[in-house]
Structure formats: structure tokens, C-alpha cells
Write a protein that binds this ligand. Structure first.
Ligand SMILES: NC(=O)c1ccc[n+]([C@@H]2O[C@H](COP(=O)([O-])OP(=O)(O)OC[C@H]3O[C@@H](n4cnc5c(N)ncnc54)[C@H](OP(=O)(O)O)[C@@H]3O)[C@@H](O)[C@H]2O)c1
Length: 298
């Protein structure tokens, strides 16, 4: 449980930029301690002399053994980790047929398996203490697939499903789990040197339109996203620490941030409900006559 009277220890992945970087300063400003991590520790120099910040190199695509070693190493820094923020990630776009298995696998190794494996490394520690909070950075891309946006969406959809299960496994153990479902926020994620939209060689002309539309859209959106990442980080801290607007309130699995995210999720839910109602007869037409003898999953 959150407790705003004692200082707690956070570990954040991907602190060189964007949300990760902002988390570090915001956490320290609220009186907590933070282990800031990045794949190359020299990129975190600006945090080196800040009291209550420790630096550690973590590449989230490392092997499970290496990540387990990192988790053990963190205990020598502040003695424990109370909150883990699975933040590291990047955007791979492109047409399904044009992308290679290796390109998509790397997207998953960072955005999905990276988060899963880091979490697995810290769970023995949190489980033995019967407390902890784990935050996963999800996206509206985990609710809506757009043409040429498959790899990033797939990684975030996968995260949404896996984390929904994880929350149910960990709640009885005293460990809180949240998915921060973010709209478009003004970080470096869409900067030209970060986003990737590979084409096949030669490109398949049939996909030019969709790939061009998405590339252009990413380029035009970069730096003009509606969401302020400083405020998103503050809201996530409010939720976890039950402070400010969230004082005395509980929130469930998802922390939806950004009016664009709210609208997309709402529209997706309404469209799903409309489809379910319209095709109700079709959906129910495949049951055995004795359906209902076992409980539905919940
Ligand atoms: N900004 C948005 O609109 C938005 C919306 C929804 C969700 N998100 C999610 O928020 C998270 C942070 O994104 P951001 O917007 O802050 O983007 P960002 O500014 O590009 O920062 C991404 C961070 O991830 C790190 N990273 C990438 N691969 C890594 C790896 N293998 N190991 C360790 N660190 C790695 C990067 O480090 P390097 O400098 O070493 O590359 C960087 O520090 C991501 O999971 C993203 O999917 C962002």
C-alpha cells in the first residue's frame, strides 16, 4: 500500500529520455529514492550527484540471468525496491509483409519481454516482503491498431493482456499492479532518430500509401503531441502515493492518461458493444445445448 509518510525506493527503466527522465526528478521532488537505469550509464550523468538517486546500467533485452543479477545488485544500493516502473520502449512501425521476424522480435524483446523479464527478476524480492508496486507503460496503441502500426500495437496489446493476468496473481500477495495507458505525449519517442519505419528491399508499392501516411503523421506529430509528460508523471505519482487529486482514492488496473486515450478507449468499447449487440445471435449460435455448466472466466 502507498504510504506517503515514509520514503520509498523506485527503479525506473529507460531514464535517458522522456517519461523515464521525468520520473527521476519527480520522484526525488516528492521525497522518495530512485534507482535510475539506462542501457548506457554514461547517459545518466546529470543525475549522478543528486542525493537519493543511484545509477545502474540495465538493458531490458538482457537475458533473464543478467536481469536477475541486476535485481540482486539493486539491493546493495538502497536495500530494497518498493516500486518498479517498466518504462523502456520504442516504436517500430511498418507493413506486416515488409517487416522481418527479427525486426518484430526486437520490438517485442524491448516492449514486451523486457518488461516481463525485469518484473520476473524483481518478483521474488517483492513477494518475500509481501508488498510492492509495479507500473507498466502501455499505450492507446494497445487498444487500437492502425495500418502500418502493427508491431508497436502488438507489443502493447500483449502487455495489456499479460499484465491483466499478473494483477490477479499479485493482488493477493500484497503487490499492486498498474497499466498506465497513455495517449500521445510530447517526449522523444517520435523523434527521427528514435522511431523506426523500415521498408523491405525493394519496397512493396501496394503498402506505400499506408506506410507514407503513418510516417508523415509521426513526423508531423513529433513535438506537437497533446499530452504533457510532466503532468502524466505527476498523475502517476498521485495515484501510486494516493496524493493530491488521488488522496484517499483507489484506482484499478488502468491509469488512463490523455483525453485522446480516453476517447479512443471509450470509442473502442462502444464499437465493441455495438458489434456484440448486432451479432448477438451469431455469437450464441455455436453453444452446446447444455452450455453454462462451467463458469465463464472473469
Ligand atoms: N510518448 C508517448 O506518447 C507514449 C505513449 C504511450 C506509451 N509510451 C510509452 O512510454 C515509455 C517511454 O517512452 P517515451 O515516450 O519516454 O520515449 P523516449 O523519450 O524515446 O524514451 C524511451 C526510453 O526507453 C529507453 N530504451 C529503449 N530501449 C531500451 C532497452 N533495450 N533497454 C533500456 N532502455 C531502453 C531509451 O533509452 P536509449 O536512449 O538508450 O534509447 C529511452 O530512455 C515507452 O514504453 C513507450 O512505449 C509513450
Amino acid at each position: 500500500m502507498a504510504n506517503n509518510t515514509s520514503s520509498r525506493v523506485w527503479l525506473i527503466t529507460g531514464c535517458t529520455s522522456g517519461f523515464g527522465k521525468l520520473f527521476v526528478s519527480a520522484i526525488v521532488a516528492r521525497g522518495d529514492k530512485v534507482i535510475a537505469t539506462a542501457r548506457n550509464i554514461s547517459t545518466l550523468e546529470e543525475f549522478r550527484d543528486i542525493p537519493h538517486v543511484r545509477l545502474l546500467d540495465i538493458d531490458v533485452t538482457a537475458t533473464q540471468d543478467e536481469l536477475n543479477g541486476k535485481a540482486t545488485e539493486t539491493l546493495s544500493l538502497f536495500g530494497r525496491v518498493d516500486l518498479l516502473v517498466n518504462n523502456a520502449g520504442y516504436v517500430l512501425s511498418g507493413a506486416w509483409e515488409e517487416l522481418t521476424h527479427e525486426q518484430v522480435l526486437h520490438q517485442f524483446q524491448t516492449n514486451f519481454f523486457g518488461q516481463m523479464n525485469i518484473t520476473r527478476a524483481f518478483l521474488p524480492h517483492m513477494r518475500s516482503r509481501g508488498s510492492g508496486t509495479i507500473i507498466f507503460m502501455s499505450s492507446i496503441a494497445g487498444w487500437l491498431g492502425v495500418a502500418a502500426g502493427g508491431p508497436y500495437s502488438a507489443s502493447k496489446f500483449a502487455l495489456e493482456g499479460a499484465v491483466e493476468s499478473l494483477q490477479k496473481e499479485l493482488l493477493p500477495l500484497g503487490i499492486q499492479v498498474h497499466l498506465a495507458v497513455l495517449g500521445q505525449f510530447r517526449t522523444n519517442i517520435l523523434a527521427q532518430d528514435r522511431r523506426r519505419v523500415p521498408r523491405s528491399d525493394p519496397p512493396i508499392d501496394a503498402y506505400n500509401t499506408f506506410v507514407d501516411i503513418l510516417s508523415r503523421r509521426q513526423e508531423e506529430t513529433n513535438g506537437k503531441q497533446p499530452g504533457d509528460p510532466v503532468l502524466a508523471v505527476e498523475r502517476i505519482l498521485d495515484v501510486v502515493r494516493r496524493e493530491r487529486s488521488m488522496a484517499g482514492k483507489e484506482i484499478g488496473l488502468r491509469i488512463v492518461l490523455g483525453s485522446d486515450a480516453q476517447k479512443i478507449i471509450r470509442d473502442q468499447c462502444l464499437e465493441t458493444l455495438r458489434d456484440l449487440d448486432q451479432f448477438s445471435e451469431l455469437s450464441q449460435s455455436t453453444d452446446f445445448p447444455d452450455a453454462g455448466r462451467v463458469d465463464a472466466y472473469s
